[in-house]
Design a protein around this ligand. Structure first.
Ligand SMILES: *Cc1c(COP(=O)(O)O)cnc(C)c1O
Length: 353
């Protein structure tokens, strides 16, 4: 199997001269910035928000690179992972011609982003135990398959994919394998970041939205070879990460210890909640979770969902999703929120008897 990045990239992207912003062309120190048509007088805020942010986010990447043990040239930051997903489609998939493989039930944005970009989606449903159907993936792949999207731990099922299955896909597919690790911090599995040198076709997505608790700031992380990152850099909007986000990320990235404490607490609450749900008479199954949520198969899932709404509690109704029949996806909350949730379930069960 030979992997050739040059044959994967869309010809128009290979030939593209990217936009060069004022701050791309000047890097150095200066006192007087008259190059970008900013408001030189300042802003209504007592911050440096009148200046365009660093298009390459070097300060944020330097800190992230240390935390992730990679080089900054292996990182591309997006306005959420959702932007990274879109950039990958636009770099590597020719509309109306190429296709990608996804493994449902999984994160919805791969398909939406494919549809927006007019890229054919081929579906290799997960097996009953929510692991990859490798034979089906192999059947679906053809000369126009550019990306296989994998998500581990997977959303909405919560389980991690088997490492040997991920390795099999990486070893037997000439296109890109995008591995979405949005929930990796909650998992017993280790990240594939350390494996990047061995797999030139591996692209890893992570995010500050889940374990780091920063969903509101919108910062998604792509980790891949410097060659893949260089292609993505041509396509990303010049100033996709705003100055406020960059400033706040620098602060947040100092708090690895606090984040690790939160991760431990969330995992402990998840592991305490699951047996509580397993003991409920209406619950048919709680699927094993390596994430900060769990999937519960339940009698009258939709009615339970609506009852919870009347109590002011919103969970995710996945009961109409293929392979998730009668399932609700429940995010681990605070101790208090989890109590409210369990009490509401008890009330529903009582009222049914
Ligand atoms: C929540 C989630 C993300 C995060 O998306 P952002 O745009 O970074 O907030 C990515 N992938 C999966 C599978 C998710 O569940």
């Amino acid at each position: 199997m030979t992997f050739d990045l040059q044959t994967l990239v869309r010809p128009n992207i290979a030939a593209l001269t990217p936009y060069s912003s004022a701050r791309d062309e000047f890097s150095g120190t200066a006192q007087v910035f008259l190059d970008a048509n900013e408001n030189s007088l300042g802003s209504p805020l007592k911050k440096w928000f009148h200046r365009y942010p660093d298009p390459q986010q070097m300060a944020v990447k330097a800190k992230l690179a240390t935390i992730k043990s990679v080089d900054p040239s292996n990182l591309l930051l997006g306005n959420g992972s959702d932007e990274c997903i879109d950039i990958l489609f636009r770099c590597f998939c020719e509309p109306g011609k190429d296709n990608v493989v996804i493994c449902p039930p999984t994160y919805g944005m791969y398909e939406v982003s494919a549809d927006i970009n007019n890229i054919e989606i081929r579906k290799a449903m997960l097996l009953d135990d929510y692991q990859l159907n490798l034979a089906h993936i192999e059947q679906l792949v053809d000369a126009h398959t550019k990306i296989i999207w994998l998500c581990s731990p997977n959303n909405p099922t919560g389980n991690s994919l088997l490492r040997e299955d991920i390795a099999y896909v990486l070893n037997n597919f000439n296109g890109l394998v995008v591995l979405d690790e949005a929930y990796i911090n909650f998992s017993k599995q280790k990240s594939w970041i350390q494996e990047l040198q061995d797999y030139p076709n591996l692209v890893i997505l992570q995010t500050m939205s889940k374990a780091w608790g920063l969903a509101g700031l919108r910062l998604g992380i792509t980790v891949a070879s410097r060659e893949i990152i260089a292609i993505m850099n041509k396509v990303k909007p010049p100033y996709n990460i705003n100055q406020a986000t960059q400033d706040l990320m620098l602060e947040a990235l100092e708090e690895v210890g606090m984040v690790n404490d939160m991760i431990r607490e969330i995992v402990a609450m998840r592991d305490a909640l699951i047996p509580v749900f397993e003991s409920m008479p209406i619950v048919e199954k709680v699927y094993p979770s390596d994430a900060n949520f769990f999937l519960v198969k339940i009698k009258e899932a939709r009615a339970v969902y609506e009852f919870l709404l009347t109590k002011g509690i919103v969970v995710r109704d996945r009961s109409k999703v293929v392979l998730c029949d009668d399932c609700l996806r429940i995010t681990v909350g605070t101790e208090h929120e989890n109590t409210l949730l369990v009490d509401a379930f008890a009330e529903w069960i009582n009222q049914k008897q």
